[in-house]
Design a protein around this ligand. Sequence first.
Ligand code: PEP
Ligand code: MG
Length: 548
Amino acid sequence: MTRLIGKGVYGAIALGKISVFTRKEAAVKRTHIDDIAAEKERLEKAKEKATEQLQVIYDKALKEVGEANAQIFEIHMMMIEDEDYNESINSIIETQSVNAEYAVAITADNFAAMFASMEDAYMQARSADVKDISNRIISCLSEENSDSTVSDEKVIICADDLAPSETVQLDKDKVLAFVTAYGSSNSHTAILARNMNIPAIIGVGEELLKTLKSGDFAAVDGYTGEIFLDPDEETRARLEAKRAEDEEKKRLLQELKGKENITLDGRKINIYANIGSVDNIGAVLANDAGGIGLFRSEFLYLESEDYPTEEQQFAAYKRVLESMAGKKVIIRTLDIGADKQVGYFGLAKEENPALGYRAIRICLTRPEVFRTQLRALYRASAYGNLGIMFPMITSTGEVQQALNLCEQVKMELKAEGIEYSDKVEIGIMIETPAAAVISDRLAPMVDFFSVGTNDLTQYTLACDRQNADIEQFIDTHHEAILRLIEMAADNAHKNGKWIGICGELGADTSLTETFLRMGIDELSVSPAFVLKVREAVRKCDLSKQISQ
Ligand code: PEP
Ligand code: MG
């Protein structure tokens, strides 16, 4: 038995034969050409053919893995038309009088190296995409196509790396698992694997392809990232048992994918997911969340050495919106201070940081920081279904100031001829008792409320959420908290607005029925809890009297 280890990107177990994925690399030779115009025309035809192929793949992916995941092939189609990319290819053909294959290959290398050297993980992942589209064009130029060696039997696919287009082209009924020598957990391939519910391990290293060959028997543990070649009896039995146990647990929840969040008596709600990073979108999609109810944008600031620029923020928000393909994405504006300290903000040390200079208070007193974020948000709004919400609200004045700044930013963008959506919903977090108590005044000013139960609990019960010594006094089900939520829900509805819960309490299934009875319209929870909450919603019957 040989044990190799990589990074598990989707937790599940598989045992079976290996199929090493091979592709015929189109051999690219540099040849001199005389007729530059004819060569350029040949290139255009190959690009057309590549686009047609991508359209077919896109349609297949749309059916099998949904719009959000299929979108990468739309992006590939757009990349084929990218101005800089085409300018580079055409200029190599013209200036060096060389064949199109060679010009595409050189351009692919240059662009891939450029993306790979970028700091942003998302841009790094684009390196694989540019190689993927370039190989497709080269293969269209030379009439060769890639090939996989999937047999009729279900197999564990082992590859150096898999491009997204290769991943979806595999017949997923025949794939037991993916194991790759390289690749990033941020790649679309990993996202697709997660969404297909197929155990996946990446980054095993070059040993993978040296050690394994097609037909070998192996066991894959997507939880631990281990792959066992020719497993001994004990390992095999252990993993078989883990798989059976695991499948039983997952089966019950997986059955709920694609199902509605509807109670037995027909009341529907939205179940969205909370994320802290663009990298979490895979989990949101894998767990079939209806949208993103809370994107904690401050993590962009926490991960940076300096204030993230408008461009950096725009790229991150746009990516989330595009990945969610028209589903609602609620991005919370900067919520730093208290436990989330960012060095470059130079915030003074405070006696009571939770009651201090944080969240909206920082944004309103440092309008240049807020303005940069709002510009990035509105610019990104053109790429999806955006909602913006403000944290730590305690007064109507704060909301008014924030709304004024939004209006100012929109006017600026308009004057600059920059596109933004006029359908952006604006909401506030109800996470201070003050906001809940004056929710009748706040509701007419905004489109929605989202209850931050983590802070609402801290402020209502006067219990510092950071202090482990007072754990016993933190009663998250305290009647005061539930009454405040109900008050906010009533006031939202009286004003024709919707209300969600995005604090941890939203995932507490012992309260799901209570929240539904209050009329809560949306629950936003960690991606891993989406199906568990859906299960709880589907068991509720609101037509029955509550037993006292
Ligand atoms: C909350 O307070 O409930 C909330 C969702 O925000 P955070 O946990 O980020 O403070
Ligand atoms: Mg909070």
